[in-house]
Design a protein around this ligand. Structure first.
Ligand code: PMP
Length: 354
């Protein structure tokens, strides 16, 4: 006899992160290339000297600092071990088996995986032909079983964003008891024009069912330490607090995140270079014949369809690791000019040979 595991998990795939190859440029996981600032490193070292003690389970100092930064109250914030765990805990706290979690597709892979893990039902609404969330179609897909909706903005992996008007119209159509998680993992990289500009924290005041998810993994450069946070109505935050795995945000991570907030301006200033590089990369790729939607994140999407895996394999041979989605496309992180150039040289050569 083998140990009995829930049979509905038999076809649940394991999350496969971007691969690493020694000596290759890694453009598969939307990380930043730079290590911690000296002030952040100092905080990490100082916190490391007391890892014999459990961390602050309430994450009070970090929560207070975030509240100050975001101009919300600490009761509206829940910190988690990466925003991925907050996605999972939102599903856990809103859904029972059979309830529906709605999201655009393709989007962040955790949404369907975590939904299936708890026995809820994933409802995927295809993106538009321009790879943008089809919010009117998502509104039409809401049923009386819908308990949670993810809107990933900018969307991973396409980098596309919804317009402010579409987002507002959507929120107005969602029943007030259905939670909408606005996943803003790449928020710091957005440079929206007037049509796409919105203030998610102001929207959360207007729509108490709106949860804003952000992370220290991307622009703040702490992917390896796992810190994310949710801003939401205290009702949702209380529920997320119940799902919080005790001590899961470790003391080094908490100290580093606080130090990053103290160095916020310096860290956020670095996103300007990525935003500029993103436009340059997109222009070059389009000139080489690729179909690439506008991106507001630190990555771009190549709509390669059935050629996605071939492209990624050739990339590895050329020393560039990208993130393919079989039969769909390839996501490529935008980092600093030299790495981006290495990728562009490969992509331009591949386009000529293909
Ligand atoms: N949301 C989106 C859209 C993401 O792309 C990611 C990271 N890949 C996350 C959430 C999770 O980020 P983390 O757990 O590192 O905070």
């Amino acid at each position: 006899m083998t140990p009995r595991i829930r049979p509905d998990l038999d076809d649940l795939p394991v999350y496969v992160p971007g691969k690493t190859f020694p000596d290759a440029v890694k453009l598969a996981s939307n990380e930043v290339t730079f290590g911690p600032l000296p002030s952040v490193m100092e905080a990490i070292t100082a916190a490391a000297s007391s890892v014999n003690r459990y961390p602050d389970n309430g994450m009070v100092e970090l929560t207070t600092e975030l509240a100050k930064n975001l101009d919300v109250s600490p009761e509206e914030i829940q910190v988690g071990c990466g925003s991925v765990i907050l996605c999972q805990n939102l599903i856990l706290t809103t859904c029972r088996p059979g309830d529906e979690v709605l999201f655009g597709w393709r989007s962040f892979e955790t949404y369907p995986l975590a939904t299936q893990l708890i026995g809820a039902t994933a409802v995927r609404v295809p993106l538009t032909a321009d790879d943008v969330h089809d919010l009117p179609a998502m509104a039409r897909a809401i049923t009386d079983r819908t308990r949670l909706i993810f809107v990933c903005n900018p969307n991973n992996p396409t980098g596309t964003v919804a317009t402010a008007a579409e987002l507002r119209a959507f929120l107005e159509q969602v029943p007030a008891d259905v939670v909408v998680a606005l996943d803003e993992a790449y928020f710091e990289y957005t440079r929206p024009d007037a049509e796409h500009a919105y203030d998610s924290l102001a929207l959360h005041r207007e729509f108490p069912n709106l949860v804003v998810l952000r992370t220290f993994s991307k622009a703040y450069g702490l992917a390896g330490l796992r810190v994310g946070y949710a801003v939401a109505d205290p009702t949702v935050i209380t529920a997320l607090g119940k799902a919080h795995v005790p001590f899961s945000v470790n003391s080094v991570a908490q100290a580093a995140a606080i130090a990053c907030l103290h160095a916020r301006e310096e860290l956020l200033a670095r996103t300007d270079a990525v935003a500029a590089e993103r436009d340059r990369v997109i222009t070059r790729l389009r000139a080489a014949g690729y179909r690439v939607p506008d991106s507001q994140a630190n990555f771009v999407w190549l709509d390669l369809g059935s050629r996605a895996m071939d492209f990624a394999r050739a990339g590895v041979e050329a020393g560039v690791v990208v993130r393919p989605f079989d039969g769909d496309g390839v996501r490529v992180t935008v980092t600093e000019a030299a790495e981006n150039d290495q990728f562009l040289t490969f992509a331009e050569t591949w386009a000529q040979q293909a």
